[in-house]
Design a protein around this ligand. Structure first.
Ligand code: CU
Ligand code: ZN
Length: 176
Protein backbone atom coordinates (compact mmCIF):
# COMPACT_ATOMS: atom_id res chain seq x y z
CA UNK A 1 0.00 0.00 0.00
CA UNK A 2 1.61 3.26 -1.04
CA UNK A 3 1.54 6.45 1.00
CA UNK A 4 -0.93 8.22 -1.24
CA UNK A 5 -3.44 5.40 -1.01
CA UNK A 6 -3.00 5.22 2.74
CA UNK A 7 -3.62 8.94 3.10
CA UNK A 8 -6.72 8.77 0.90
CA UNK A 9 -8.07 5.94 3.03
CA UNK A 10 -7.48 8.01 6.15
CA UNK A 11 -9.29 10.99 4.65
CA UNK A 12 -12.29 8.87 3.73
CA UNK A 13 -12.50 7.07 7.04
CA UNK A 14 -12.10 10.33 8.98
CA UNK A 15 -14.87 12.09 7.11
CA UNK A 16 -17.26 9.14 7.04
CA UNK A 17 -16.79 7.65 10.45
CA UNK A 18 -14.15 9.20 12.68
CA UNK A 19 -15.67 12.64 12.96
CA UNK A 20 -19.24 11.94 11.91
CA UNK A 21 -20.63 12.74 15.30
CA UNK A 22 -18.94 16.13 15.40
CA UNK A 23 -19.22 17.07 11.74
CA UNK A 24 -22.92 17.79 11.93
CA UNK A 25 -22.67 20.26 14.79
CA UNK A 26 -22.60 23.96 14.08
CA UNK A 27 -19.43 25.96 14.51
CA UNK A 28 -16.25 26.74 12.61
CA UNK A 29 -14.12 23.83 11.45
CA UNK A 30 -10.56 23.47 10.24
CA UNK A 31 -8.46 20.57 9.06
CA UNK A 32 -4.86 19.64 8.49
CA UNK A 33 -3.38 16.95 6.25
CA UNK A 34 -0.08 15.85 7.72
CA UNK A 35 2.58 14.86 5.22
CA UNK A 36 5.87 13.20 6.03
CA UNK A 37 8.97 15.36 6.05
CA UNK A 38 12.04 14.23 4.11
CA UNK A 39 13.14 10.72 5.09
CA UNK A 40 10.03 10.02 7.19
CA UNK A 41 6.76 8.14 6.64
CA UNK A 42 4.32 9.71 9.11
CA UNK A 43 1.01 10.87 7.59
CA UNK A 44 -2.37 11.78 9.01
CA UNK A 45 -5.55 13.84 9.15
CA UNK A 46 -6.54 16.20 11.92
CA UNK A 47 -9.95 17.84 12.31
CA UNK A 48 -10.65 20.86 14.51
CA UNK A 49 -14.21 21.79 15.55
CA UNK A 50 -14.90 24.93 17.52
CA UNK A 51 -17.78 24.78 19.99
CA UNK A 52 -18.01 27.90 22.08
CA UNK A 53 -14.64 28.47 23.73
CA UNK A 54 -13.45 24.92 23.15
CA UNK A 55 -11.88 23.30 20.14
CA UNK A 56 -12.46 19.58 19.75
CA UNK A 57 -9.52 17.94 18.03
CA UNK A 58 -9.56 14.55 16.34
CA UNK A 59 -6.21 13.32 15.05
CA UNK A 60 -5.69 10.10 13.09
CA UNK A 61 -2.05 9.51 12.32
CA UNK A 62 0.04 6.57 11.13
CA UNK A 63 3.67 5.84 10.52
CA UNK A 64 4.66 6.69 14.10
CA UNK A 65 7.19 4.74 16.14
CA UNK A 66 5.25 1.81 17.68
CA UNK A 67 4.49 2.28 21.37
CA UNK A 68 6.18 5.68 21.59
CA UNK A 69 4.95 9.16 22.45
CA UNK A 70 5.47 11.91 19.94
CA UNK A 71 5.45 15.64 20.64
CA UNK A 72 2.57 17.36 18.81
CA UNK A 73 2.19 21.12 18.40
CA UNK A 74 0.59 23.89 16.41
CA UNK A 75 3.47 25.95 15.07
CA UNK A 76 3.49 29.62 14.17
CA UNK A 77 3.73 29.43 10.39
CA UNK A 78 1.68 27.39 7.95
CA UNK A 79 4.76 26.69 5.87
CA UNK A 80 6.08 23.18 5.24
CA UNK A 81 8.21 24.21 2.26
CA UNK A 82 11.61 23.53 3.82
CA UNK A 83 11.01 19.77 3.68
CA UNK A 84 12.15 19.24 7.27
CA UNK A 85 9.34 21.12 9.01
CA UNK A 86 11.62 23.92 10.19
CA UNK A 87 9.89 26.51 7.99
CA UNK A 88 6.85 26.29 10.30
CA UNK A 89 8.78 28.24 12.95
CA UNK A 90 8.33 27.86 16.69
CA UNK A 91 5.26 26.91 18.71
CA UNK A 92 2.17 29.08 18.20
CA UNK A 93 2.22 31.35 21.24
CA UNK A 94 -0.12 34.34 20.87
CA UNK A 95 -0.42 34.81 24.66
CA UNK A 96 3.34 34.88 25.36
CA UNK A 97 3.36 31.86 27.69
CA UNK A 98 6.13 29.32 28.38
CA UNK A 99 6.04 25.85 26.84
CA UNK A 100 4.17 23.36 29.01
CA UNK A 101 1.53 20.72 29.56
CA UNK A 102 -2.21 21.29 29.29
CA UNK A 103 -2.69 21.56 33.05
CA UNK A 104 0.01 24.24 33.44
CA UNK A 105 0.98 27.49 31.70
CA UNK A 106 1.55 26.55 28.07
CA UNK A 107 1.76 27.84 24.51
CA UNK A 108 -1.66 27.95 22.87
CA UNK A 109 -0.18 25.56 20.30
CA UNK A 110 0.98 22.93 22.80
CA UNK A 111 -1.07 19.78 22.31
CA UNK A 112 -1.23 16.50 24.25
CA UNK A 113 1.49 14.18 22.94
CA UNK A 114 0.44 11.49 20.48
CA UNK A 115 0.67 7.93 21.81
CA UNK A 116 1.36 5.41 19.07
CA UNK A 117 -0.10 1.91 19.34
CA UNK A 118 1.82 -1.26 18.46
CA UNK A 119 1.16 -0.60 14.76
CA UNK A 120 2.50 2.95 14.92
CA UNK A 121 -0.96 4.50 14.71
CA UNK A 122 -2.61 7.09 16.91
CA UNK A 123 -6.31 7.97 17.04
CA UNK A 124 -6.59 10.82 19.53
CA UNK A 125 -9.48 13.04 20.58
CA UNK A 126 -8.97 15.92 22.97
CA UNK A 127 -10.22 19.41 23.80
CA UNK A 128 -8.19 22.58 23.50
CA UNK A 129 -8.72 25.98 25.11
CA UNK A 130 -7.14 29.29 24.16
CA UNK A 131 -7.33 29.01 20.38
CA UNK A 132 -10.03 29.83 17.82
CA UNK A 133 -10.94 28.96 14.24
CA UNK A 134 -11.22 31.88 11.84
CA UNK A 135 -11.10 34.86 14.20
CA UNK A 136 -8.87 36.77 16.57
CA UNK A 137 -5.21 36.64 17.55
CA UNK A 138 -5.40 32.99 18.54
CA UNK A 139 -6.75 31.85 15.14
CA UNK A 140 -5.17 28.53 14.15
CA UNK A 141 -6.14 28.83 10.48
CA UNK A 142 -3.01 29.31 8.40
CA UNK A 143 -0.76 27.99 11.17
CA UNK A 144 1.42 24.89 10.97
CA UNK A 145 0.95 21.49 12.63
CA UNK A 146 3.96 19.36 13.49
CA UNK A 147 4.51 15.79 14.70
CA UNK A 148 7.91 15.25 16.33
CA UNK A 149 10.15 12.18 16.47
CA UNK A 150 10.41 12.12 20.27
CA UNK A 151 8.20 12.63 23.36
CA UNK A 152 7.48 16.14 24.66
CA UNK A 153 9.00 16.66 28.12
CA UNK A 154 6.70 19.72 28.67
CA UNK A 155 9.61 21.43 30.45
CA UNK A 156 12.41 22.32 28.02
CA UNK A 157 11.95 25.89 26.75
CA UNK A 158 10.64 26.71 24.27
CA UNK A 159 10.36 23.38 22.46
CA UNK A 160 9.70 20.49 24.84
CA UNK A 161 12.83 18.85 23.40
CA UNK A 162 10.81 16.56 21.16
CA UNK A 163 13.36 16.23 18.41
CA UNK A 164 13.05 16.24 14.64
CA UNK A 165 9.89 17.24 12.83
CA UNK A 166 8.64 14.08 11.11
CA UNK A 167 5.34 15.35 9.68
CA UNK A 168 4.09 18.82 8.77
CA UNK A 169 0.73 20.32 7.76
CA UNK A 170 -0.90 23.68 7.15
CA UNK A 171 -4.16 24.16 9.06
CA UNK A 172 -6.89 25.26 6.65
CA UNK A 173 -10.50 26.37 7.12
CA UNK A 174 -12.90 23.54 6.40
CA UNK A 175 -16.46 24.05 5.17
CA UNK A 176 -18.48 20.85 5.52
CU1 CU B 1 6.46 21.18 17.61
ZN1 ZN C 1 5.22 24.80 23.20
Amino acid sequence: MNARFTLAALVVSTSLAGCAGMTHRAGPMAMATLEATKGNTTVGMVMFHQRGEQILVHARIEGLKPGQEHGFHIHEKGDCSSGDGMSSGGHFNPAGKPHGAQDADHHAGDLPALKADAQGRADAKFQLMGVTIGSGAADIVGRGLIVHAMPDDYRTQPTGNSGARIACAVIVRHQP
